[in-house]
Design a protein around this ligand. Structure first.
Ligand SMILES: *Cc1c(COP(=O)(O)O)cnc(C)c1O
Length: 381
């Protein structure tokens, strides 16, 4: 570093090492327990985790599976989605939401988002429904629930099931109801960067429908009721016992970690207000009827790329979720959507910037982020 230059703050966008340092003894004991038992597929760790996580999903039936992507796939399989069917969702989401539909050779019909919540705009939902529509996937992006009452009102009137992509929203609430408990299925991910992250891939599918629960149980395990008795065509998508053991430890800290994220979000709001830069950027909203769990703290600014570069030069990490709306991605070109089809999603993709929000952040780090953004707006270097 050249003489005289200030020491730049150095911290990661997400600090999973700091989280691990606080629970390493418990995690190692849990992992050892699985090795001692040599039960790696299903077994007591998976059943115990499913029981323990239940209250945090608001659902009667919960099933571990291999990933959040598979949770979505299994939900659509259980609903019998296939070729010729249409499934409605948003273009501004992680690719897996749309991937699950495409895997089953069904057609994705996109609906634009409400730019204030980043979630499906229920006012645009009904116009997208056709006689071929078989389901709606509502994504609770960044940890904020979509407007479920309005979505369910349309869906119920049309007799359509709603699958909740709650991969980023474990513990989020809408009118006091937990994410994943309002639709026909809830789909969760334990990808390491989610609020409840495992030591690798993992997922969970939830429902309050006993018949669909039985179907999911079959589908995630090769379609077999007992060994070598194949009732339906299923897949291999189970939650590993090792993951379940790790998640049993981390689950106990989830509420505390969520509180930490919410406190950091509140602190950001205060600091941005104090710095005056809350006028130049659009901070994420938390409508009064919702409980945001801040998997991401995502702001909007028309000068996003410049701001990101400025932050990087000041040692401040930030990420773009997501840089491209999915209807314009080559993988989904065959759907035939052109640029301009979903203006809100397209505009968002060009303006969003996510800031570090994890519970282990220190106050001086939050201050450094806000100072760097204020400096950017004041043109200081
Ligand atoms: C992470 C995520 C998924 C997929 O979860 P994986 O466990 O990574 O397969 C699906 N949808 C959304 C919105 C996600 O953020």
């Amino acid at each position: 570093m050249p003489a005289g230059s200030a020491v730049k703050p150095q911290f990661p966008f997400l600090d999973l090492k700091a989280q691990y340092a606080s629970i390493s003894g418990e995690v190692e004991a849990a992992v050892s327990r699985v090795f001692e038992s040599e039960i790696f597929i299903m077994g007591p760790e998976v059943s115990a985790f499913e029981e323990e996580i239940k209250p945090q999903t608001g659902c009667e039936f919960v099933f571990g599976c291999a990933s959040g992507s598979d949770a979505l796939l299994l939900a659509l399989m259980a609903l019998g989605i296939g070729p010729g069917d249409e499934v409605i969702t948003v273009p501004f989401t992680f690719v897996a939401t749309v991937g699950a539909i495409a895997r089953l050779h069904a057609r994705t019909v996109f609906v634009d988002i409400d730019p204030s919540t980043f979630n499906l705009d229920p006012r645009k939902l009904e116009a997208a429904i056709t006689p071929r529509t078989k389901a709606i996937i509502a994504v609770h992006l960044f940890g904020l629930c979509a407007d479920m009452d309005a979505i369910l009102e349309v869906a119920n009137r049309k007799g359509l099931p709603v699958v909740e992509d709650a991969a980023q929203a474990i513990g989020a609430q809408y009118h006091g109801k937990l994410a994943g408990s309002m639709g026909t299925f809830g789909c969760f991910s334990f990808f390491p960067s989610k609020n409840l992250g495992g030591a690798g891939d993992g997922g969970l599918i939830t429902t309050n429908d006993p018949e669909l629960a039985e179907t999911i149980k079959l589908l995630r395990n090769h379609g077999s009721r007992t060994k070598y008795d194949y009732v339906v065509l299923g897949i291999n998508s189970r939650l590993d016992a090792l993951q379940a053991a790790v998640l049993r430890v981390k689950r106990r800290y989830l509420n505390q970690w969520t509180d930490g994220r919410r406190k950091n979000a509140a602190r950001y709001r205060d600091l941005f207000r104090q710095s005056g830069s809350d006028n130049a950027i659009q901070l994420p909203i938390e409508p009064k009827d919702r409980f945001h769990i801040y998997n991401q703290f995502t702001l909007r600014t028309a000068r996003r790329d410049e701001m990101k570069a400025h932050l990087a030069s000041e040692g401040i990490p930030s990420e773009i979720y997501y840089p491209h709306p999915l209807h314009l991605e080559p993988a989904f070109r065959d759907l035939g959507y052109a640029a301009g089809a979903f203006p809100e999603a397209e505009k968002c993709a060009g303006e969003v910037l996510s800031l570090p929000i994890y519970p282990e952040l220190k106050d001086e780090q939050l201050q450094a982020v806000v100072h760097a953004i204020a400096d950017f707006h004041e043109g200081r270097r």
